[in-house]
Design a binder for this molecule. Sequence first.
Ligand code: CAA
Length: 263
Amino acid sequence: SAPTTYSYLEVSEPRPGVGQVTLSRPKALNALSTPLITELNSVLQSLSTSPTIGAIILTGSPKAFAAGADIKEMAPLTFSSAYTNSFIESWSDLTTTVKKPILAAVSGYALGGGCELALMCDLIYCTTGATFGQPEIKLGTVPGAGGSQRLTRAVGKSKAMELILTGKFFSGEEAEKWGVAARAFATHEELMASVLDTAETIASYSKVAVMAAKEVVNKSQDLALRDGVEYERRVFHSLFGSEDQKIGMKAFAEKQKPEWKHK
Ligand code: CAA
């Protein structure tokens, strides 16, 4: 198919099976305007359904992952226009429609909606010097893209209250220490090298198993423990119906490398 060009994104396949989406609205530090989110949803949808892609990286520039929702776009909104148009609801499409893992690689600012976008991804790698925060309180509002819920689950209530009530920033080093990020790296280059390695590793496995693994881990955020464990067991049982489970276990017994059919 003909290559699609985007106004606010760059899209590449830097490693086999890895789709990379780079937010590129440098003049506004990647502020997440509605047209940018529309493009992001469209590219994520196409990567999600591409038969060759196994993992997706979402990143920004060394200076900014994203500095939040577009404040200039939001400034004139009214309650009724925001409510009737479900403002910001489409931001979370990626959490409901993309079954492949999305890895956020965060350098620079990840503020407000930028922090929330990273938190919607399946895992976060960042630089130690990255700047996270939910500064909405300073604008006379509150997080609107899941920050009060996902950040609280990640860091606990007391710390989330402190961050959201003061708008204080936290570093990538703290994000790693608190479990918001899986890993933090000294430089943007090290961050990108490592996120590519991890994404390539994930993309080398059975897509059926990878998608199921993402699904069961994410269920832990929504379900009580007993329900979550039962859900996991159902999915585990169902994977005995996949070809890749037979291929993976047979290859282990025969000391061979599995050749996944992704079925
Ligand atoms: N929306 C719109 N434009 C933004 C923006 C945003 N969130 N963040 C930065 N920009 C623009 C600036 O207006 C500026 O544009 P001009 O050159 O046209 O003036 C340009 O990007 C560069 O920004 P600065 O000059 O401010 O750069 P800096 O290096 O001095 O400061 C910063 C960087 C600390 C990140 C600062 O830009 C800032 O505080 N940005 C806003 C952060 C914020 O409050 N984010 C939360 C938004 S609310 C939200 O996201 C709601 C939600 O929950 C969904």
